[in-house]
Design a binder for this molecule. Structure first.
Ligand code: ZN
Length: 142
């Protein structure tokens, strides 16, 4: 199996078996974002306590890239400090620019590295990470 096949398999796994899909019943921080060029929509909910992303869930609809990226992002940032989560968001931006970024401890994200060759899809992949940034921004204004 070549790397492209492996990456495609990881992406489809997250698309078909999404992690952290759903919503919290209480009034957790909620961010809604969409990507009009593809029609992707995401509603991200974050529970941030004492500078740590305790939990994250998302709902939405869209292409396999946007939805798998949301699944991966929520898995990756859960339990991380806000600073580490923001650093991951920055590194993900680097990945989308074709930089050789590694996600130690959560390599699934690297499956999206091929997206940088398809500029129209980069907005799909970054949607969830943009929602994360926006959520942390709002949290810090409190
Ligand atoms: Zn999309």
């Amino acid at each position: 199996m070549n790397l492209d096949d492996l990456y495609r398999r990881v992406i489809m796994d997250h698309y078909k078996n999404p992690r952290n899909r759903g919503s919290f019943e209480d009034d957790a921080l909620k961010i809604e974002l969409n990507n009009p060029t593809c029609g992707d929509r995401i509603t991200l909910q974050l529970k941030v306590e004492d500078g740590v992303v305790k939990d994250a869930r998302y709902n939405g609809e869209g292409c396999s890239i946007s939805m798998s990226s949301a699944s991966m992002m929520t898995e990756a940032v859960k339990g991380k400090t806000v600073a580490v989560a923001l650093d991951m968001a920055d590194r993900f931006s680097g990945l989308m620019k074709g930089e050789p970024v590694e996600f130690e401890g959560y390599e699934d994200i690297e499956a999206l590295s091929g997206v940088n060759k398809f500029p129209a899809r980069i907005k799909c992949a970054t949607l969830a990470w943009n929602a994360l940034r926006k959520g942390i921004d709002e949290e810090e204004k409190h």
